[in-house]
Write a protein that binds this ligand. Structure first.
Ligand code: NAD
Length: 393
């Protein structure tokens, strides 16, 4: 058997050689429009600017437009890239004018996770696209076929799903809708490689690949809190195992609003095994919206850098206690199994349904999209070495 590191190296080589991924026949992207200057749009704009690709960044919020250059420059500085502010000023053009998508050969939509907002936007953008340009969505969960329903030419539309934090997660999912043309997939994958990302092509469906796997991990963390396990214990078990972030920190980072909107798509799609967590709803109602709002499961005082975790915040405990049903105390290993075993089950379902057909895609996705520890070789590699599910946790 390959060691974990040898196996990871083989996954990287497999991804680099995959056919249809970034074929050289697809032409290079010269100008990108990013629609939505929020958490993800800003990070995606930064990934382009630091590669030298000009970006037109569109938003409806004047305040976000006014701060866009500063936020993109901060993101780039954080990537330890040395890029003078003049380069950011030259390459990044924040604007409220959507008609400027006509200047670009790739348009990336990254507005809130709601088809009722995304579809009318596409109806306005599509007639303005230049010949040969493609439109992609950074949606986390909404099926591409559903988003494409009103398009005159769905062949030029696909998903291009980045992961938070973009600066730390090399993977992007390229989601092929039923009507997406092969050239569109190739262009999207080629572009991903151009900005230094690792594209993985997946079939359409709610949550695609990565968020189908993420959902049980986050949901299990919320269930552990309701069983009485402390925030600190959940986070410690996950990070000691090697996860880049504990699940509760990740919910804060993603943002409670996005987590709720994405969760809604998934619990509507898989009612047999996903239910809205009362705790997520309670956090939302308590306006603990996560890092962006400076309060969630943790507190985020001024002065924390982008990569610093939030601080423990006892004021969240009453929100949890209102729904808590036990006072369980579990060892780290049992917590890890409760977080990861449901992910393994979901991975098996994904393979059975052929959303992806090669188990290596699951390991690649967890390592490079979800911050799974490299020393563990990916979710399925780990599951094989960890043995059967424990029955007593
Ligand atoms: P966000 O709320 O931080 O940003 C959305 C931005 O869109 C806001 O700045 C808003 O003003 C702007 N907007 C709304 N309507 C608009 C319109 N018609 N035209 C232009 N701008 C408009 O949200 P986010 O977390 O960046 O998520 C954006 C998308 O990315 C969603 O589809 C989400 O599911 C997906 N996504 C999010 C994450 C994450 O971790 N948050 C990860 C991957 C993908």
């Amino acid at each position: 058997m390959l060691t974990a590191e040898q196996y990871v190296q083989s996954l990287i080589a497999w991804n680099a050689s995959s056919e249809s991924l970034g074929s050289d026949a697809a032409s290079e992207t010269r100008c990108v429009a990013v629609i939505g200057a929020g958490l993800m749009g800003t990070a995606i704009a930064a990934a382009n600017v630091q590669t030298g690709i000009p970006v037109i960044l569109v938003d409806v919020c004047d305040e976000l437009l006014a701060t866009a250059k500063r936020r993109v420059a901060a993101e780039i500085a954080f990537n330890e890239q040395i890029l003078p502010q003049t380069a950011v000023d030259r390459l990044l053009q924040p604007t409220a004018d959507e008609s400027r998508v006509a200047e670009c050969d790739l348009v990336i939509e990254s507005i809130p996770e709601n088809p009722a907002l995304k579809q009318p936007l596409y109806a306005r953008l599509e007639p303005r696209l230049s010949a040969g340009a493609i439109l992609v969505s950074n949606t986390s969960t909404i099926p591409i076929g559903k988003l494409a329903a009103g398009l005159a030419d769905p062949s030029r539309f696909c998903g291009l799903h980045f992961f938070h934090p973009v600066r730390r997660r090399p993977l992007v999912e390229v989601i092929r809708g039923a009507k997406t043309a092969a050239e569109t997939v190739a262009s999207a994958a080629r572009y991903a490689r151009q900005i230094g990302k690792m594209p993985i092509v997946v079939d359409d469906g709610p949550g695609f690949l990565v968020n189908r796997l993420l959902m049980p991990y986050l949901n299990s963390a919320l269930e552990l809190l309701l069983d009485g396990v402390s925030i600190e214990a959940v986070e410690r078990a996950a990070t000691n195992f090697g996860m880049a972030m504990g699940p509760l920190r990740l919910i804060d980072e993603i943002g409670l609003e996005t987590a709720m909107l994405a969760g809604k798509v998934l619990w509507q799609a898989f009612p047999d095994r996903v239910a809205p967590s009362p705790l997520l709803v309670a956090m939302y109602k308590a306006k603990r919206m996560g890092r962006k709002a400076k309060t969630g499961f943790f507190a985020y005082p001024e002065g924390l850098s982008l990569d610093q975790p939030g601080l423990a915040d006892p004021s969240v405990q009453p929100v949890i206690d209102a729904w808590r049903r036990g006072s369980l105390d579990l060892p780290d290993e049992a917590i890890v199994r409760r977080l990861l075993d449901p992910m393994v089950l979901e991975a098996r379902r994904i393979l059975d349904e052929q959303t992806v057909s090669d188990p290596r895609a699951i390991d690649l996705a967890t390592l490079f999209g979800l911050g799974f520890p490299r020393s563990r070789g990916g979710l399925l590699y780990w599951a094989e070495s960890a043995g059967p599910f424990s029955t007593n946790v």
